[in-house]
Design a protein around this ligand. Sequence first.
Ligand code: NAD
Ligand code: ZN
Length: 248
Amino acid sequence: MDKIIRQAVEDLAKSKKAIALTGAGISVESNIPPFRGKGGIWEKFDPMEYAHIDAFLKDPVKVWNALLKDMKEIIDNARPNDGHLGLARLEQMGILKTVITQNVDGLHQMAGNTDVIEFHGNFAWHYCMECNNRIKTKDVDLSDIPPRCACGGIYRPECVFFGEMIPPLNLMRSRQVSSTCDLMLVIGTSAIVQPAALMPIIAKQSGAKVIEINPEQTPLTGSVSDYIITSKAGEAINRIMAELQTLL
Ligand code: NAD
Ligand code: ZN
């Protein structure tokens, strides 16, 4: 493992345009459960029953009670971990240019990254489904479920439900930075949810190196990834940062 990290960091130090693609796994050490894998939310829920837009439109009370209430509580209290902080440091060092994240928790921005593409939208804001009035998630009043706007409309988060389109500009920019980067860090993503999972393939086909950080195997492991660091995001990033110091 030491040798793999050393080689990966040598490529990272040489790169001129590194980017990162992150998934729920990078926020696990901030106590936000992932969807898939050990302790994942989908061990308890069927995604199509709770996280599909049709399910929300059919029964917003059920989805608010089972999923969104807890998500608000967890995300309201979450703080960046060493994984997020390391990526912010890599940006300050001029190495990392952009973070594409599938997460909706806002922790990359809180850590200090300034160019974050939120592929699946964000959970920092909600909007009224009747009049489009926007409200910060921390100001959404949960004393009545579902929470409602003054006009009577139901609030929903600005994140993308299954069955909804990826915000077109986010998709376009993600494809663009993926096809022009020379190195991609792929951290804590099961690489199953499309079209986000295509980004490492686009990067690889465009000649970039791919460094994957995940304690478990994914469809990218052994095919798309040049280096696989099989440990938790925070630990792996700390080791990468320490190794980087010895090279600069
Ligand atoms: P996922 O839940 O499908 O998979 C998580 C991956 O992280 C798994 O491959 C797992 O092995 C890995 N992992 C677990 N612990 C880890 C750790 N400590 N360090 C590194 N990796 C770890 O996540 P996904 O691929 O991002 O995709 C699914 C969707 O889930 C995304 O659309 C995202 O919007 C949504 N989601 C977001 C959050 C969040 O905002 N924090 C949380 C849960 C789900
Ligand atoms: Zn309204």
